[in-house]
Design a protein around this ligand. Structure first.
Ligand SMILES: [Zn+2]
Ligand SMILES: [Zn+2]
Length: 244
């Protein structure tokens, strides 16, 4: 089971090197570097340097037996859609994650979001997520709970959005995106219960495509709690052939 959500220094918020991960783990790695236009957190366009990224990976792949794949985490932001599509048009990635990280004013992890109205934030985020699916080509719907990571949300509270969650997950399936189990959301933000609930929903909709990612920005979080996630997959009867 590969860690399909991982960052290095090619992401604006990570200092990790490829070798941190390669020396710790003998299998394949893929990094999914942040691509976030109009990022309110950094007040700039954060774009991973494709040339430098490809060059460093090619060099390391000679030394490390081709164990590195190329990836990107596309932060979808509607007002910049044309720029996103134009950036991606001439790039070749092995794995593309689709994310919604911000609304143009706040990243959903900004401290001030924690003091905002929970229901309003969740509603706004889910609307943006629902819209984003299918607007750019991708392989994985990343951290479905990103917009409310900062909040304690019970399953009953999340269930009030169930009709919309069903629409979102159906759209995800229709666009052949994998559902991501994000171990940072589950175990660092305490949302395991929400992922178990969402897993039930996506399974009931006939999802057969899953992706497991730590969302690690440093070695400490690489493959975080993958043993626990393996148990959850087994409990839910999700086989290896369903994991990308
Ligand atoms: Zn993300
Ligand atoms: Zn990420």
């Amino acid at each position: 089971m590969r860690d399909n959500h991982l960052h290095t220094h090619f992401s604006y918020d990570s200092d990790a090197s490829f070798e941190d991960y390669l020396k710790d783990y003998s299998g394949e790695i893929v990094t999914t570097e942040h691509y976030d236009l109009s990022n309110p957190y950094t007040k700039q366009d954060d774009v991973p340097d494709y040339e430098a990224y490809s060059k460093e990976i090619a060099e390391l792949n000679r030394k490390y037996d081709n164990r590195i794949k190329r990836g990107i985490e596309i932060g979808y932001y509607q007002p910049r859609e044309a720029d996103i599509l134009s950036f991606l048009a001439d790039k070749d990635y092995d794995l593309k994650l689709l994310s919604v990280h911000h609304n143009g004013v706040n990243d959903y992890l900004d401290d001030e979001v924690a003091d905002m109205d929970k229901e309003a934030v969740i509603q706004e985020y889910l609307d943006k997520l629902e819209y984003a699916i299918g607007r750019v080509e991708a392989d994985v719907l990343a951290h479905f709970d990103y917009g409310f990571r900062l909040f304690d949300v019970t399953v009953d509270e999340l269930k009030t959005y169930e009709p919309q969650l069903i629409r979102i997950f159906q759209k995800m399936i229709d666009h052949n995106l994998a559902f991501e189990l994000n171990s940072k959301s589950m175990y660092l933000y305490g949302h395991e219960h929400l992922y178990r609930y969402a897993l039930g929903l996506v399974q009931s909709l006939g999802c057969h495509k899953y992706s497991i990612g730590s969302d690690g920005h440093k070695l400490e979080h690489f493959r975080l709690k993958f043993d626990r996630i393996q148990e959850i997959l087994e409990e839910n009867g999700i086989g290896e052939e369903e994991i990308i």
